[in-house]
Design a protein around this ligand. Structure first.
Ligand code: FMN
Length: 481
């Protein structure tokens, strides 16, 4: 059963020694970053900063900052297990009575995915609207010295398509400009930006709500690259194994997770832009300032004793790397539904999600590696992948030593490199233009005669198994370990 709220998740982390309380007063201006960065780089625990001078709420950091905590957040022993469950739903059959009976628990779980609307909610224990709205109540972090201001870094932004009414939930940072306005940093390719595009074309304001600190499954779902029009709240319900409770906003026609710590309600005005950034970003560089829409608050509601969750991003590895690894593992089986030849995929954390992908495939025909590159560049947010390297199926792409060994040996750079042009991530500072640039694919598979390679391809060096067995027997007596 899912965590009821962030408090329940924190209690579990503490019980398992995965959370430390910091009682010394620490400023949200740079100091929380420096402490959290050091702890994160050492693989340390989640942190609850209990005294943030000038603010009445503690700050939670690094809650998702290890594979163990990521699994705890999604209440699973392994992320691959979640992937397996998703696949089992997709492959469910009901062609015999036994299979129909086996399907019943699955159907019950599906039924529990759907959100439930409630009329009273903890996130509305305190309601501030109109002139009483004041973002200054929140201990918003100024993360890095060169940042353009304080940023809300773990916000779950909720909008509805102005024509279809379909919901989108995405994590897009918010730069705080003053007590009642923030930036709305949804990149051009994201769900929220599409809703805003439609609203702008109609000359309308787009209502938006921001849940700060809903339960961990909702936070993860907001970061997940779900296809457009698939509701992240349903996905969170699936992950939690029970419905997410939603409540109507006080001043906007939107529903928000009832157990959130804080909710910001408001709208994004058509045609309005304001300079956003710079911001010390996922890439480890400051992302360049740019013009983004502006979020105007109409209400700020919160629990009576809220906790303010935040994250810092910067040079990897950081907390976001674990959210990204969870996405890689959970979404791999879904990618395989379109590309069954893919054996495994590794987006190394140093590659900052989409800069670098190592992919192993079961190569079946000439040019297969290239087909996989192009298919990945056409698949949702995989379109951002700047460099894709394709290996044969026996290569363990999780082993970076093996990857570099095969890459160095198996590639003729001129023949095996493919360049393509297309959309690039908004954070890509190397591309010649914002949002548009190039990608590189490298075919590091064994080359076939049908691909024009007529020289013999050498075998990999391996010891005779009989000799290995003999040395295994001898080994203890050799005194070498
Ligand atoms: C900590 C964190 C901060 C993020 N900040 C942004 C952001 O400011 N803008 C953005 O477009 N994506 C940001 N992302 C990535 C999106 O949340 C992600 O692409 C998500 O899939 C978007 O949802 P959507 O597909 O519904 O638009 C962030 C991700 C994380 C983990």
């Amino acid at each position: 059963m899912g965590y009821r709220n962030l408090q329940a998740f924190i209690a579990r982390l503490e019980q398992l020694g995965e959370l430390k309380r910091v009682v010394a007063p620490v400023s949200p201006r740079l100091e929380i970053t420096e402490i959290t960065d050091r702890v994160c780089k050492q693989g340390g625990p989640a942190l609850l900063f209990e005294q943030v001078p000038g603010y009445g709420m503690p700050v939670l950091m690094n809650a998702f900052g290890s594979m163990r905590r990521m699994c705890l957040a999604l209440e699973t022993d392994s992320l691959d297990a979640i992937a397996g469950e998703i696949v089992s739903f997709m492959e469910a059959e009901a062609n015999t009575l036994l299979k129909k009976l086996q399907l019943l628990p699955k159907l019950a779980r599906l039924g529990r995915m759907f959100p439930k609307t409630v009329s009273r909610a903890p996130c509305q224990e305190v309601v501030l609207s109109g002139d009483r709205v004041d973002l200054g109540l929140l201990p918003v972090l100024t993360c890095w010295p060169g940042d353009g201001g304080p940023f809300i870094t773990l916000p779950v932004v909720i909008t509805q398509h102005p024509e279809t009414g379909r919901r989108n939930v995405g994590m897009y940072r918010l730069q705080v400009y003053d007590g009642q306005t923030t930036g709305m940093h949804w990149h051009a390719h994201k769900g929220g930006a599409q809703h805003y595009r439609v609203a702008e074309a109609r000359g309308e304001r787009l209502p938006a709500a921001v849940a700060i600190g809903p339960d961990p499954a909702v936070i993860f779902a907001a970061t997940a690259p779900l296809p457009e029009d698939i509701d992240e709240i349903l996905f969170a319900g699936f992950l939690r194994g029970e419905p997410v409770e939603l409540v109507s906003c006080v001043t906007q026609p939107l529903l928000v997770p009832a157990e959130s710590q804080v909710v910001l309600e408001g709208y994004v005005e058509p045609g309005e832009r304001r300079r956003e950034g710079p911001f010390g970003d996922h890439t480890g560089y400051y992302s360049l300032p740019d013009d983004y829409p502006v979020f105007h608050l109409t209400a700020l509601t919160h629990r009576r004793a809220p906790i303010y969750p935040a994250t810092i991003v910067g040079r990897p590895p950081m907390e976001d790397c674990f959210l990204a690894k969870a996405t890689e593992r959970i979404f791999l089986p879904l990618i395989k539904k379109t590309l069954p030849e893919i054996v495994d995929l590794n987006l190394p954390v140093e590659g900052v999600f989409h800069n670098l992908a190592f992919v192993s495939i079961d190569k079946r025909y000439p040019g297969h590696a290239r087909k996989v590159m192009y298919a990945l560049w056409g698949l949702g947010q995989m379109m951002f992948t700047k460099i894709i390297v394709i290996f044969d199926k026996e290569v363990d792409v999780q082993d970076q030593g093996q990857v570099l060994w095969r890459l160095g040996n198996n590639v003729d750079p001129k023949r095996d490199t493919v360049f393509a042009e297309g959309p690039v991530d908004a954070l890509d500072h190397a591309a010649p233009l914002p949002h548009y640039g190039s990608k590189m694919g490298i075919d590091a598979t064994r080359k076939w005669p049908e691909e024009g390679f007529t020289r013999p391809w050498p075998e990999v060096i391996d010891m005779d198994p009989e000799i290995k067995r003999k040395v295994d027997e001898l080994w203890p007596s050799l005194g070498l370990t």
